[in-house]
Design a protein around this ligand. Structure first.
Ligand code: ADP
Ligand code: ASP
Ligand code: MG
Length: 408
C-alpha cells in the first residue's frame, strides 16, 4: 500500500462530467488499497473569470481581497469532487488550505508556503478516507487567506507530498507528460520519459507552464518523487529525476518560451558608478521583478540600459523609469511590450560547445532579429519580437533535432 498525492489541474476538473471521471479514477486506485490525498485546481477558466469580475468593480483591488476572491474557485471543486466520490461509496473529506493549516508568508498573490500541519490529513487517511485539498491557497500567520500565484496548485501538491513523505506525487494535466517544448506550438514535440530536476527548474522558470516553478523547487529540496501524467489517458508520463544524466546525452532537452515579458530601455544615461544600482534599485523598491539586463556603454560618456519585466508590471516600471530619467538627466525612455523570450535548456550543454551559435544561426536563417541574449550553464535565452514566437520555437526544435532524439 502506498501513499500517493495526486493533483488534477483546471481542465481535468473543468466540467461535472470531468469531475466524475476523476472520481472514477480515484475510486479505482482507492479500491486497490492506496492512501490518497488529492489536490485540485479551480474549474478551467474560473480563476480568469474571477479576475475579470474584480476588474469590473475596482481598477486596483486590494491584494488581500483578491486572494479572498480567487481562492473561491478551488473551494467549488473540492466539494464537487467529494460528492462524486461519495456517490461511488468512497469516504472522502474536502478541506480548504486554511483548514489543513497551509501556513504561508503574507505576500498576497504570490505567497510562499512555510509549513503544513498534516495531522488532520493523517488521521483521515488512517480511517481509510480520501482527503481532497483545495490547491493554490493558504493562510498567513494572522489568518488572512493567501494564494500562491498562477499555477500554484502544483506547489500545494508537491508541498503536501513532501510533508507526508508520500511515495509519489502525481500531477495530472491535459498533456501526457513534459515535452521537448509546448506540444500546442510544435506538434512534433516529443514526450520525455525523464527530465532532471535542474532542467525542469529551468524549463518552468523560463515559461513552461506544465509545472509551477515553486513546485519544482520544493520537489528538488525534499527530493519528492514527482511525475507528470495525463488525466485522460493511461501512460507512464514524465518522471522528474534527481541524479545527473549520463555522459551520452542530448545537448538540449527542451525549448521554453515566455509571452509575459516586456522590455524597457533608458537611453543616454550619464555613465558613472552607481548607474545600475540607481535604476534597478528604484525598480526593485517598487517590488517589480527584473529578468534580463543589458548595459551598453556609449562613446560620449553615456550609457543605454535595457531590462525586461513581467508584462503586467510594464506600465508601473515605465512610470518609475520616466521619473528616474528626469532625475538622472537621461535622454529618453523607450518601452516594448510586444516581445517574447525563447530559451533552449539542457544539462548536456555543459559538455558541448556551439549551442549558442546553432541557436543564433537557426534564428538568423528565419530572418528573426535577436534583441537581447542571456546565458547560464544550462540555458541560452533570447528576446525576439512576439510575432516570431511560433516560427522561432519551431525552427529551434528542428535545429536541435528534438523531434528525432531517441532517449537513453
Ligand atoms: P493544469 O491546468 O493541469 O495545471 P496547465 O495549463 O497549467 O495545466 O499546464 C499544462 C499545459 O502546459 C499544457 O497544456 C501545455 O500547453 C503547456 N506546456 C508548456 N510547455 C510544455 C512542455 N514543455 N511540456 C508539456 N506541456 C507544456
Ligand atoms: N486556479 C489557479 C490558476 O488558475 C491555480 C492552479 O490552477 O494551479 O492559476
Ligand atoms: Mg497549471
Amino acid at each position: 500500500m502506498s501513499l500517493i498525492v495526486q493533483k488534477y489541474g483546471g481542465t481535468s476538473v473543468g466540467s461535472p462530467e470531468k469531475i466524475e471521471a476523476v472520481a472514477e479514477k480515484i475510486a479505482h486506485m482507492h479500491g486497490q488499497g492506496h492512501q490518497l490525498v488529492v489536490v485540485v485546481s479551480a474549474m478551467s477558466g474560473e480563476t480568469n473569470r474571477l479576475l475579470k469580475l474584480s476588474a469590473e468593480v475596482h481598477e486596483q483591488p486590494s491584494a488581500r481581497e483578491m486572494d479572498v476572491l480567487l481562492s473561491t474557485g478551488e473551494q467549488v471543486t473540492i466539494a464537487l469532487l467529494c460528492m462524486a466520490l461519495q456517490k461511488r461509496a468512497v469516504e472522502a473529506r474536502s478541506y480548504t488550505g486554511q483548514q489543513v493549516h497551509i501556513l504561508t508568508n503574507n505576500v498576497h498573490g504570490k505567497a510562499r508556503i512555510q509549513s503544513i500541519e498534516a495531522d488532520r490529513v493523517r488521521k483521515d487517511l488512517a480511517k481509510g478516507r480520501v482527503v481532497v485539498i483545495a490547491g493554490f491557497q493558504g493562510v498567513d500567520s494572522e489568518g488572512n487567506i493567501t494564494t500562491l500565484g498562477r499555477g500554484g496548485s502544483d506547489t500545494t501538491a508537491v508541498a503536501m507530498a513532501a510533508t507526508l513523505s508520500a511515495d509519489e506525487c502525481q500531477i495530472y494535466t491535459d498533456v501526457d507528460g513534459v515535452y521537448t517544448t509546448d506540444p500546442r506550438i510544435v506538434p512534433e514535440a516529443r514526450r520525455l520519459d525523464r527530465i532532471t530536476v535542474e532542467e525542469m527548474l529551468e524549463m518552468s522558470s523560463l515559461g513552461a507552464k506544465v509545472l509551477q516553478i515553486r513546485s519544482v523547487e520544493f520537489a528538488g529540496k525534499y527530493k519528492v518523487p514527482l511525475r507528470v501524467l495525463s488525466a485522460f489517458e493511461d501512460g507512464p508520463g514524465t518522471l522528474i529525476t534527481y541524479e545527473e544524466k549520463e555522459m551520452e546525452q542530448a545537448q538540449i532537452s527542451g525549448i521554453a518560451f515566455n509571452r509575459d515579458e516586456a522590455k524597457l530601455t533608458i537611453l543616454g544615461v550619464p555613465d558613472q558608478p552607481g548607474v545600475a544600482y540607481n535604476i534597478l534599485g528604484a525598480v526593485a523598491n517598487a517590488d517589480v521583478n527584473v529578468d534580463m539586463i543589458v548595459q551598453n556603454v556609449g562613446e560620449d560618456g553615456t550609457t543605454n540600459f535595457t531590462f525586461t519585466v513581467h508584462r503586467s508590471e510594464f506600465q508601473q516600471a515605465q512610470t518609475i523609469l520616466q521619473k528616474l530619467a528626469r532625475d538622472l538627466k537621461a535622454r529618453e525612455v523607450s518601452g516594448d511590450d510586444k516581445i517574447v523570450k525563447i530559451s533552449v535548456v539542457g544539462v548536456g550543454m555543459r559538455s558541448h560547445a556551439g549551442v549558442a551559435s546553432t541557436m543564433f544561426k537557426a534564428l538568423a536563417d528565419e530572418g528573426i532579429n535577436i534583441q537581447m541574449i542571456s546565458t547560464s550553464e544550462i540555458k541560452v535565452s533570447v528576446v525576439v519580437d512576439e510575432k516570431y514566437l511560433e516560427l522561432g520555437v519551431r525552427a529551434l526544435h528542428t535545429a536541435f533535432e528534438l523531434d528525432q532524439v531517441v532517449e537513453k
